[in-house]
Design a protein around this ligand. Structure first.
Ligand code: SF4
Length: 310
């Protein structure tokens, strides 16, 4: 049922996001948390899981507020569908996406989803109408998934994984996956190796890997930057973007061969370069780009340096 009351603020921002650019957020569950997961690391309070929303804002109220914001803030680059919970549980998602696509002008539409509903036909179709789809995938095994994401009984990991693989084959936009690592839960070698095998099948445009950086709902611990880097290095040939608050800066000097070797292992982001390449290494990198040995590609606001593909 669309809530019939004085519209509250259904949008937030624009905010500058390092991962996606200047973003206007839409909150599809502005009053309470409504989620089919109860992740250990959630920055919202722990709560009972649900399989459908009980309270949902009206499409027309959202559209009115987005139209106003677009007019006021021309600099907006992305319109982000999000929620206090899982945005794909919003029952009018299809209609909302249609309306947003009519008014978004040159802005991109982005959704931040936990991926849990991707195998449902209606959601599968709706997500194809969105320019950038960011899905979470924290675990490769049901055991880890149950422990970490604490999903509603209606959710099965193998359906999600199969759904994402199928989606990746037909989707024309930017598919981004996000993995959040929690110490001792999804950080075992075996789990990471299995996750890598799945990522290779999905071939997303980008994988954001990170850890807890805000007070979590449960008593769990983040991993350090070194561990994240170790994981990134295992995800060979994948565009991995490490997201880490207060990332340590450690400038080093790399020669021509060392830079090529590094990038053969995995593409590096602008952030990786800024935090690890000293001035002379940056000069060598520029020359390698000029000589078309290294290319620079963009994935929804994040720059990647990679070995040139012919
Ligand atoms: S999916 Fe997102 S909102 Fe839902 S419990 Fe997990 S972190 Fe929280």
């Amino acid at each position: 049922m669309q809530t019939n009351q004085t519209p509250i603020n259904l949008i937030f921002g624009p905010v500058a996001s390092r991962r996606f650019g200047i973003s206007l957020g839409i909150d599809l569950s502005p009053n309470i948390k409504q989620c089919n997961f109860d992740c250990l690391y959630c920055e919202l309070a722990a709560s009972k899981t649900i399989s459908k929303q009980n309270s949902s804002p009206k499409v027309s109220d959202i559209i009115d507020q987005v139209k106003d914001a677009i007019q006021k803030h021309q600099q907006i680059e992305v319109i982000t569908l999000t929620a206090n919970g899982e945005p794909t549980l919003y029952p009018y998602l299809d209609q909302l996406i249609d309306e947003l696509n009519k008014i978004k002008q040159n802005k991109k539409l982005l959704i931040l989803s936990n991926g849990s509903t991707i195998y449902k036909n209606n959601i599968f179709r709706s997500l194809q109408q969105i320019d950038i789809v960011k899905l979470s995938l924290d675990c490769a095994t049901q055991k880890c998934f149950k422990k970490l994401d604490r999903a509603n009984n209606s959710v099965e990991l193998h359906k999600i994984i199969d759904g994402i693989i199928t989606f990746s084959k037909v989707y024309n936009g930017d598919l981004i996956l996000e993995v959040l690592f929690v110490d001792g839960i999804n950080t075992k070698d075996d789990e990471i190796d299995k996750l890598y095998q799945i990522l290779k099948q999905i071939k997303p445009n980008r994988v954001d890997i990170g850890t807890i950086d805000r007070p979590p709902a449960y008593d769990v611990k983040p991993i350090g930057f070194d561990k994240l880097q170790e994981i990134a290095n295992k995800f060979t040939d994948i565009n991995v973007n490490i997201t880490f608050k207060n990332r340590p800066k450690s400038l080093q000097s790399f020669n021509h061969q060392e830079i090529i070797k590094l990038l053969k292992m995995r593409p590096l982001t602008q952030d990786d370069i800024d935090n690890t390449f000293d001035t002379s290494s940056v000069e060598i990198l520029k020359k390698l780009i000029q000589d078309k040995i290294i290319s620079v590609v963009e994935s929804s606001g994040v720059l990647f340096y990679k070995i040139f593909e012919i």
